[in-house]
Write a protein that binds this ligand. Structure first.
Ligand SMILES: [Zn+2]
Length: 399
């Protein structure tokens, strides 16, 4: 059966053009056609969802998620070393629910333990649990001497090739490398480059042959040059990008996935260890300058929270604070995020033929991004998960 979704304002297409008095016709989980409300009588058998004065926009794409991490739990990074697989699974299920109910209909998972992303994606698809559609990375790949709480150690191109192929066999959507530390220590501005150029290009070429892009956790330094020149598609974080790095990114048209909140969101400090707080504070202002440089240079970017589940709207605010216009910032969680996700022909826009991933808010998010803190309607693939009057029936039956 077809469904009609009607709202006073709708942000359509990749440019989020605001149109009035339109109605979306949904059939089998996809947007069939966008019609004038005056034409609704042509669909007498369709069910109607009337969102009244709300603004409807595409479901958000969270471009940097981890299922085993929840940045809203105290010492969440240290917890990774001690928590059991069962505890991490419960953390993941809670985070997935909060993501979806906040309006995230697709999440790009950037490396997790034991293929939890691949396995839980199956559980979301079969209806056991609920959450966004997941783009999975499986095992993140770092070196034996590399940093990072998530990511498996490797030495040399052949070892890393083995994991890359294991990931591809599992059907991952992204290859994830860890090229640098997350944050340099206090007092240190030198950024180690852990992966060799051979290791990077091995993973990139393994992915490319199966049309799977490679993303690299990379804050800057020599590693950024190596990643860009070896064909990495998306640089995650880029906290310490220099003028020369920005020029290089531009020359290669390499995208950056901004995760500004790690440094700019002071509310996150409540959940960090004293050591992490010290590092965050030490680097905060330099990070702000580097990220502003990227945004102002017009480097293409998407936005992600790095596991701050349900709070993606904040990243839109940080992008605006760094110099982005509101539309470009919002595209960082919709149409441009879809490009980073390698799904620009199926998600991220209210366009005919695209997935019926829709969310509704009280105000125009191009004027007030904060309205996305309170998403009042969530539809994923044509199924309503959050209705104006609360959780939909389909949700109550699931974890
Ligand atoms: Zn991350």
């Amino acid at each position: 059966m077809k469904t009609l979704v009607k709202a006073q304002s709708i942000l359509i297409g990749s440019e989020l053009e605001l149109v009035k008095n339109k109605c979306i016709v949904i059939n089998e989980g996809k947007i069939e056609v966008i019609i004038d409300q005056s034409e609704m009588a042509s669909y007498p058998d369709a069910s109607l969802i009337d969102l009244g004065s709300k603004t409807l926009m595409p479901g958000m794409i969270e471009c940097h998620d981890h299922l085993c991490i929840d940045a809203r739990i105290p010492n969440h990074l240290e917890l990774l070393a001690t928590a059991s697989a069962h505890e991490l699974t419960l953390i993941a299920i809670k985070g997935l629910k909060d993501d979806l109910m906040s309006g995230v209909t697709t999440a790009r998972c950037m490396g997790d333990f034991d293929y939890i992303d691949v396995n839980l994606n199956k559980k979301i698809k079969d209806g056991t649990i609920y959450g966004p559609k997941l783009l999975t990375a499986g095992k993140g790949m770092k070196t034996a001497h590399g940093a990072g709480h998530i990511g498996y150690p490797h030495n040399g191109p052949e070892e890393i090739r083995k994991t890359a192929r294991e990931n591809l066999k599992k059907g991952v959507d992204i290859m994830k490398l860890f090229a640098t530390p997350g944050v340099a220590p206090v007092g240190q501005d030198f950024i180690p480059a852990y992966l060799s150029r051979e290791e990077i290009s091995t993973v990139v070429s393994e992915g490319k042959r199966l049309n799977v892009p490679t993303a690299a956790h990379c804050i800057g330094g020599q590693a950024l040059t190596d990643c860009v020149e070896m064909g990495v598609s998306v640089i995650e974080h880029a906290y310490a990008a220099t003028d020369a790095d920005v020029t290089l990114l531009k020359e290669h048209d390499t995208w950056v996935d901004l995760t500004s909140g790690i440094f700019l969101d002071e509310e996150r400090e409540a959940f960090l260890s004293p050591d992490s707080i010290a590092k965050t504070r030490y680097h905060r202002e330099n990070v702000r300058k580097s990220l502003a440089k990227i945004v102002k240079a017009g480097i293409h970017f998407s936005l992600g929270t790095d596991a701050n589940h349900g709070l993606l709207y904040k990243e839109i605010g940080f992008a605006i604070e760094l110099g982005a216009d509101a539309r470009t910032a919002l595209k960082g969680v919709t149409s441009n995020a879809a490009i980073v996700a390698n799904r620009e022909n199926s998600i991220g826009c209210i366009t005919e033929g695209f997935a019926a991933d829709l969310i509704a808010v009280s105000e125009n998010p191009l004027e007030h991004y904060e309205t996305l803190h309170n998403v009042s309607f969530v539809m994923k693939d044509g199924i309503t998960y959050k209705a104006l009057d609360g959780e939909a029936e389909v949700v109550k039956a699931r974890l």
